[in-house]
Design a protein. Structure first.
Length: 445
C-alpha cells in the first residue's frame, strides 16, 4: 500500500453544511442536560446565551482564516503562521484533545440511546460504543466523499427529528414546569454550567479541517460555515425549551428511581408525553440515534485530519502524516485516535470527558482569535476571500468570552483542568523532542 500526503478535493458547500451541523448536532441530543443540576434552566440558559454570542463571533472570525489558509491542520497551521511553531503547537494540541475526546462521549450516548430503543437486547453501552468506533473509523478510512455523503444524509434526518421533537413537545410546554427550581445553586450556577452550554456548539470549527478538500476553498467554507451556525442556533433554542418545558429539568436529567444523570434527555422528555411503547416514541428514538451518529462520524473525520497534520509537519510520528494512495484518507491517524477513544470510554464518565474536550475547544478558540488578530498586522496582503465583518469587534468578543469561560471552567473543575494541562504538557515534551530532531535532520540534509 503506497501512501501520500495530499487529499482529493470533493466537498461542496452543501456537504460542508452537513459536516458543520453534523459535527455538532449530537450536542442537542445529550450532554447539555448535565449542566442543569448546577445551573437549572435559568443558569444554563444564561450560560447558553453567553456561549451563543461567543460562537457567532468566533465563526464570523474563524471563517476568514479557513478561507485564507485552507489546511487540514486548522488552528495549528494558522497559529504557527502567526507566532511560530511553539504557539501553533498549543493550538494544535488543544484541537486534538477536543476532537479526540468528544467522540468517546458521543459513543457512550449512542449506547444509551440504543438501549432505549432496544431494551430487550441488554447490550452493555460500552460494547455498543466500541462497535460504533470500529464501524465509523472504517467508513472514514474508505473515503471522504462517501463519508461526507453519509454525514449529509444522517444530518438531514437529525435536524428533521429535532424539528419533529419540538413540534410534538412544545404544545405541552408548561411555564410552571420550566420555572420549577430554576436556580438550584443561585446565579453562581451559571459558571459550572458553561461546559455543557458549549456542548451545544462544540466542534463546528471542524469545517476548517476539511477546507483542503473543498472544491472552492474561497467560497464554500463561507457558505457552509455560516449556514451551519444559523441552523445550530435555531435547533439549540427549540430543543432547550421543548425538552425542559414538558416535565421540568429534573425529568430530563434523572430517570425515574435513578440518581445518576442520564445521557438521553430527549427520550426522557418524550416519556413525559408518550408511553415508551408508542410508535412515535420509538421513531424519534431511532432518528435520534442518527443525530448522535452524525456528530460521532463527523468529529472522527475532523480529528483524523488534525492528527494527520501533526504527523505531516513532523510534530507526531511520521506515519500519522500519511494518506492512502487511492483513497487519500489519513488511515493511521484515524486508527490511533480510535484507540485513544477506547481508553476514554472505559472510564465511563461522560461529563468528565465532555469537560476535557471543552477545555481543548476553549484554548483552540483563544489561540485562533489571537492568530487572526496577529495575521491581520503581520500579513496585511494575504489573500483573504472573506473578511470578518465589523473587524476587529467579532474576534475580540470571541476572545474575551472564551477567556471568561475558560477561567470559570478551571475554577469549578480543578482536577480536570490539571488533567488537561498535563496532556498539553506531555504534548510539549514531544514537541521539544520533535523540533530538536527536525533541526538535527536539517543540518545533515
Amino acid at each position: 500500500m503506497e501512501e501520500q500526503s495530499q487529499f482529493h478535493k470533493t466537498l461542496g458547500p452543501f456537504m460542508l453544511w452537513g459536516l458543520g451541523v453534523g459535527y455538532v448536532i449530537s450536542g442537542m441530543y445529550f450532554g447539555w442536560n448535565l449542566g442543569l443540576p448546577a445551573g437549572g434552566p435559568y443558569g444554563l440558559l444564561a450560560a447558553a446565551l453567553l456561549v451563543t454570542v461567543m460562537y457567532i463571533a468566533f465563526i464570523l472570525s474563524y471563517t476568514e482564516l479557513t478561507c485564507a489558509i485552507p489546511k487540514a491542520g486548522g488552528v495549528f497551521v494558522y497559529a504557527t503562521r502567526a507566532y511560530g511553531p511553539a504557539f501553533g503547537y498549543l493550538g494544535g494540541v488543544a484541537q486534538i484533545i477536543e476532537f479526540v475526546f468528544a467522540p468517546p462521549a458521543i459513543a457512550m450516548a449512542i449506547g444509551a440511546y440504543f438501549n432505549s430503543f432496544a431494551p430487550f437486547a441488554h447490550i452493555n453501552p460500552i460494547v455498543i460504543a466500541f462497535c460504533a468506533y470500529l464501524i465509523f473509523t472504517a467508513l472514514n478510512i474508505h473515503g471522504v466523499h462517501h463519508s461526507a455523503i453519509f454525514e449529509l444524509f444522517v444530518t438531514i434526518l437529525a435536524v428533521a427529528e429535532l424539528l419533529i421533537f419540538a413540534g410534538v413537545t412544545l404544545p405541552h410546554f408548561s411555564v410552571e414546569k420550566f420555572t420549577t427550581d430554576p436556580l438550584p445553586n443561585g446565579w453562581f450556577g451559571i459558571f459550572p454550567a458553561v461546559p455543557f452550554a458549549i456542548w451545544f456548539y462544540l466542534a463546528i470549527e471542524g469545517i476548517a479541517n476539511v477546507a483542503e478538500e473543498t472544491k472552492d476553498h474561497q467560497r464554500h467554507p463561507i457558505i457552509g460555515g455560516l449556514s451551519a451556525m444559523a441552523t445550530l442556533v435555531i435547533c439549540a433554542t427549540l430543543t432547550f425549551y421543548a425538552a425542559i418545558g414538558v416535565g421540568g429539568w429534573k425529568a430530563i436529567v434523572y430517570p425515574p428511581g435513578v440518581t445518576e444523570p442520564s445521557d438521553k434527555p430527549l427520550p426522557l422528555a418524550l416519556g413525559q408525553i408518550f408511553d415508551p411503547n408508542h410508535p412515535l416514541y420509538h421513531m424519534l428514538i431511532v432518528i435520534g440515534l442518527f443525530g448522535l451518529v452524525a456528530s460521532f462520524h463527523g468529529i472522527i473525520l475532523a480529528a483524523g485530519r488534525a492528527t494527520f497534520e501533526f504527523g505531516r509537519m513532523g510534530y507526531a510520528p511520521a506515519f500519522l502524516g500519511t494518506t492512502r494512495k487511492i483513497r487519500r484518507t489519513p488511515m493511521w491517524a484515524l486508527i490511533v485516535n480510535m484507540f485513544v477513544g477506547f481508553i476514554a470510554i472505559l472510564t465511563n464518565k461522560t461529563g468528565d470527558i465532555i469537560t476535557i474536550s471543552v477545555f481543548g475547544a476553549l484554548v483552540l478558540y483563544i489561540v485562533a482569535m489571537i492568530a487572526l488578530l496577529r495575521l491581520r498586522k503581520k500579513e496585511p496582503n494575504l489573500d483573504r476571500p472573506y473578511h470578518t465583518p465589523f473587524y476587529p469587534i467579532p474576534p475580540i468578543v470571541a476572545l474575551v468570552l472564551a477567556v471568561l469561560c475558560l477561567t470559570a471552567m478551571t475554577f469549578y473543575n480543578v482536577k480536570l483542568a490539571v488533567i488537561f494541562i498535563a496532556l498539553v504538557g506531555l504534548g510539549y515534551v514531544w514537541f521539544y523532542i520533535a523540533s530538536r530532531n527536525n533541526r538535527i535532520r536539517s543540518l545533515h540534509d
